[in-house]
Ligand binder design. Structure first.
Ligand code: ADP
Length: 246
């Protein structure tokens, strides 16, 4: 198993946002987290890369990294956790005063101390992969939201992560720009990237995911294959949610 999560919990003050979360993910799998607003999806995603620190629970990776949040976590373990994943945010978070290629090489050069020439070479390959080779020297404000988000994906990939995390990557986009971002994500899934995404694109999640987690009120109410969770949900709450949005 590439990643296992056991009995993870997280509160903000009195608000128990995640309750006894268990997840198993194999290498090359795509996992989608769905559920109503406020159910804890983003908080869970942020726990996978240390942007949020759980109160309890154990995160284990197959290479031996094991974080038990009931014990004191060493900074170097959190650093190792962070380095494993690339995160794509809802709001792109590109540096506005840097060009597309400069945005993509920033992480490899600053964080990973890569040499500029090789970082640029790789950035150009990644920009070609997301269909933005010709936008290399543009600034973010000269791009559409869909193009900015594809730069966001290239930038996350540039860090050579083992795991790609997507936090509602299309929810800030105009409807006609959503498809181009989903196409890039679908290509990554075909290339067998290990991916976890929070999404409202249920149909898309059904197409590319190996596993779906349906969350409500901080719990995983139902988890399984897209066929199980989306087509033949067992739980009433899942049925109601799907009825509302499909
Ligand atoms: P979802 O992604 O399913 O919409 P979130 O994980 O964003 O849900 O939020 C779950 C709950 O946690 C909400 O009640 C939200 O208000 C609360 N929450 C999220 N982040 C914080 C934070 N940094 N501080 C306090 N409360 C938070």
């Amino acid at each position: 198993m590439f990643l296992t999560i056991r009995d993870l919990a997280k509160s903000f003050g009195d608000n128990e946002v995640l309750k006894s979360i268990n997840v198993d993910l194999d290498k090359g799998e795509v996992l989608s987290i769905i559920g109503p607003s406020g159910s804890g999806k983003t908080t869970l995603l942020r726990c996978f890369n240390g942007l949020e620190t759980p109160d309890k629970g154990i995160i284990t990776f197959e290479d031996g990294l094991k974080l038990n949040f009931q014990e004191k976590i060493k900074k170097q373990e959190i650093d190792r956790l962070r380095r494993k994943s690339g995160m794509v945010f809802q709001s792109y978070n590109l540096f506005p005063h840097k060009t597309v290629v400069e945005n993509v090489i920033e992480g490899p050069i600053i964080v990973q101390k890569e040499r500029k020439a090789s970082a640029i070479e790789r950035a150009e390959e990644l920009l070609a992969k997301v269909g933005l080779k010709e936008k290399r020297d543009f600034y973010p404000h000269q791009l559409s939201g869909g193009q900015q988000q594809r730069v966001g994906i290239a930038r996350a990939l540039a860090l050579k992560p083992e795991l790609m995390l997507f936090d509602e990557p299309t929810s800030a986009l105009d409807p006609e720009l959503i498809g181009e971002v989903l196409t890039v994500m679908k290509d990554l899934a075909k290339e067998k990237w290990t991916m976890i995404m929070v999404t409202h694109e249920i149909q898309f999640a059904g197409e590319i995911s190996d596993q779906i987690l349906f969350m409500d009120g901080g719990y995983i109410v139902e988890q399984g294959s897209p066929q199980e969770v989306l087509k033949a949900p067992k739980e009433e709450r899942t049925k109601q949610f799907l009825q509302r949005i499909l």
